[in-house]
Design a protein around this ligand. Sequence first.
Ligand SMILES: *Cc1c(COP(=O)(O)O)cnc(C)c1O
Length: 482
Amino acid sequence: MEEIKFYYGENIPLELHKVRVVQKLHLVPIERRLKALEEGGFNTFRLTTKDVFLDMLTDSGTNAMSDNQIAAMMQADDAYAGSQSFFKLQKAVEDVLGKKYFLPVHQGRAAENILCHAYIRKGNLIPMNYHFTTTMAHITQYGGRVTELLYDEGFNVDSDYPFKGNMHIEKLEETIKTHGAENIPFIRVEASTNLIGGQPFSIQNLREVRAIADKYNIRLVLDASLLGENAYLIHLREEEFKNCSLGEIIKTMTDLADIVYFSARKLSSSRGGGICTNDHEIYRELEPLIPLFEGFLTYGGISVREIEAMAVGLYETLDETMIRQSPDFIAYLVKSLDDHGVPMVKPAGVLGAHVNAMEICKHIPQNEYPAGALAAALFLVSGIRGMERGTLSNQRDEDGNETLANMELVRLAVPRRVFTLSQIKYVVDRMTWLYENRELIGGLRFVYEPPVLRFFMGGLEPVSDWPQKLMAKFKADFGDSL
Ligand SMILES: *Cc1c(COP(=O)(O)O)cnc(C)c1O
């Protein structure tokens, strides 16, 4: 990997692309931001982009496309069946992910729906390194249960352990012995484990999981939505792969899984998703579900233009300058905030920087959603939209009780090649100010709580007039500044 050194020794990530299309942003006054929060139920998902300055909600479908992706979209082959665009994508999947059978789906969760529909029966258990929101929802929807098998380091926000996404091998084997392999239709591993801060697993660990899967004859499913970034961190952190290309690392990972699925809203910086395998039997089991839930087999609910962009985007996943930009910006953001004393999840992961709300909002009980409150407060003082990843994102248990999250995080996503370094510096500035005024942040409570995936559309209100007090302090410190 090539490093660019600066004469004055300043260590900043340099953009290795240029901006050729721009979109104007709006930084609205703080009074309007407070109003927007009230209108959106203090839920950052419900803000609209006309009020948002830096949209760090997610890296899903918000990445900058390359000139080659846009060019490819212009030549898409519109056909219900047998589109040439599909065959280009199928070839890209085979070249990059090493799987010859490919089923297109409209996004990542659709792949989860297909897999759960095909394999999960009531009472089944799915061991995984950690759940993702949509994965958990689909598994439970089909009557299954999830068990999360991280090592303790994975939950420790202060640990510098390089592979927090590793699956606990001994616990995996114990779980299989206790529940019986026949009740475990598949083991799931998630690349760059999203909800614990975009933390990678090592190939060493994946090989060990594979060995257990073989021993008990259980399918191994890889959620590859954040595969490129996991490969980049393996390249940086796992000795054996120091001199390997991203392509070699990616193939090593996908070769170890029976089924690979992904959200193309992340992997390939387009929109859509897919499931792939080299196992013809698996392909035959899943194939009939695509026309049922998604669309014909050569488009799967994706527009042909996006299929073209996905094919080009998959090849670009092999380009280190493309893959490293977001993780390098995140590392810079985490280091800068850490230098200012703001509690951050370390080491820096991928897809975003993760702020430790449990620590910052110690004074807010978990059932008043400290991470949700911090996300709302950050928007109020900056126009930056982050995402709550904590108790609010959890679902209640069967008895309707809150399940308190292991971690209360605010994720500040850094979509691929979208932001400039001065924007990242603005995030550091406002987040640091908010940290120094953290005692002004208060809790939230639900006024409207949907039964499934409540964090998306739920409505909340502050438990006191803390937003007004925070706004007053902001105005005292920043005067007329937005
Ligand atoms: C985003 C994501 C999904 C779901 O993908 P969508 O395209 O949003 O449906 C599944 N798994 C992981 C790890 C993700 O990051």
